[in-house]
Design a binder for this molecule. Sequence first.
Ligand code: PLP
Length: 259
Amino acid sequence: MSKSEPVGDGAARYPTAVTAADFRANLAAVRARIDAAAERAGREPGAVHLLPVSKTVPTERVRVAIGAGLRRLGENKVQEAVRKNRETADLDVDWVVIGHLQTNKARDVASFAAEFQALDRLRVAEALDRRLQAAGRSLDVYVQVNTSAEDSKFGMPPDELPGFLKALPSYGALRVRGLMTLALLTPDDARVRECFALLRTLRDRAREETPELIGDGALSMGMSGDYEIAVEEGATCVRVGQAIFGARAVPDSHYWPEG
Ligand SMILES: *Cc1c(COP(=O)(O)O)cnc(C)c1O
């Protein structure tokens, strides 16, 4: 879809969802595209989970989305996730932190998050583990890998992954689920696909060499502009914001440094 659709006007491409019916329609449309991509690749559609990402969306609209059936939401920034968790405390919803974490925010994540998808440094693992042990909790985590070879992207270089996975069992409160990545932001689908294929290869290699270190080998990859490619390349979780909630005014460079 990223190449066949007009580039530019995000608002036209991703209209803002306001009512529960809008959300149900957007979710059904994204789900149908996920299922079709899975089938094209000979995969089981049920093996792909959709994680709606609500960053920048005001809590009032998030509440409408929860009313439309969402039970698990992704947020990039810890402070925003903490606030929305508080503002939806009367509702049944789990929060997944998908963005870069500073060690000084580890306590917040440990206190409420259901999952953390951007683990990329041992210092963060150590800080999270300490807070989690103190709280008597454990946390599902994905290790974020930089598959686009851009210096500016978060995530560890692929060659550091095996050593990182070997170090993680020391942090007993963290349960490794799999790997996460952001693809190159480019209209060139072939280059996007290479990023996703690399994450799958890294997962396959880890499964072969150290199966006890990679959990169920989940692959979190794909966003509004590229999730169909990600599903074709093996994604088990796609993180989709704009195609469900509507276009964001805040540029992506606010969330990760651009190359
Ligand atoms: C915002 C975000 C997404 C979703 O991006 P959309 O373009 O809204 O689909 C996925 N992953 C991460 C890490 C994000 O911060």
